[in-house]
Design a protein around this ligand. Structure first.
Ligand code: MG
Length: 251
């Protein structure tokens, strides 16, 4: 069953999502050559603590970081560590914040002095795919209209769509029903209703859609080791249009 949040629950979700967005934006700004991914994790922890919030990722099925940091050919679920950020890298930063009983989940991919046109284009395409997905999160549409929107942008651009990981319902729990793949034929699945809240998150690759998991049990890599990008917002389905909850002004 897909939960429909009440007005009061949505108001509380705006706050946790705003905190997540605020931390996302601050960590994104801190990504510079020479910084380690663990330093970014520490910074995120400090910021989350300042809000009196909790990381929804730390300890999730034993995940050791406050954020996921996935560099270049890492798709998602990268573990913060000693890796040093270098010019030409792209970093996806993904995390959830829990506050007042609700979770906000968001991700962005940051370029560090990237000049490779293929990578710049991948980032642009992935962000556009997310926006196209959000445009479909409107009452009366079907769930797979969201999936199809991502697929359409990705196919038109000729990039690989990661199929093994999907968007999801979100609220009191990080992963609620339904699962939201980034591909599919339109007009299928449950009818969307205002107050449903989803974490929409296209993961797109320059090359093959195929991925594999590293021996650490977490880090997801592209099979061809070419770059991957990831953007995510938590949104509420609306009557006329979706509301993006993960904006920093909501904090
Ligand atoms: Mg998510």
């Amino acid at each position: 069953m897909i939960k429909i949040k009440t007005t009061e629950e949505l108001a509380r979700m705006r706050v946790s999502c705003g905190m997540a967005a605020s931390v996302r934006d601050a960590v994104a700004k801190a990504i510079k050559p020479g910084v380690t991914t663990l330093e970014l994790d520490d910074y995120a922890r400090e910021l989350i603590d300042k809000f009196g919030a909790k990381s929804a990722f730390y300890g999730y099925r034993g995940f050791p970081g406050y954020i996921c940091v996935s560099v270049n050919d890492e798709v998602v679920h990268g573990i913060p560590g000693k890796r040093v950020v270098r010019i030409g890298d792209i970093l996806s930063v993904d995390f959830g914040v829990q506050y007042d009983g609700f979770i906000g989940d968001t991700a962005t991919t940051v370029m560090v002095g990237v000049t490779d046109p293929e990578v710049i284009r991948l980032i642009d395409v992935t962000e556009r795919a997310l926006m196209a997905a959000i445009d479909q999160a409107v009452e009366g549409n079907r769930l797979s209209d969201i999936s199809h929107a991502v697929e359409s942008v990705a196919v038109a651009a000729g990039v690989g769509i990661v199929r093994d990981f999907v968007g999801h319902g979100i609220g009191r729990k990080m992963h609620e029903e339904p699962q939201i793949p980034n591909f599919g034929r339109p007009g299928r699945g449950p009818r969307l209703r205002a107050g449903m809240t989803f974490a929409l998150e296209p993961m797109l690759n320059v090359g093959t859609e195929e991925v594999e998991i590293m021996p650490d049990g977490w880090t997801v890599l592209t099979k061809d080791r070419r770059p991957s990008a990831h953007f995510e917002h938590t949104v509420a389905v609306g009557v006329e249009r979706a509301e993006i909850l993960t904006v920093a002004e909501n904090a």
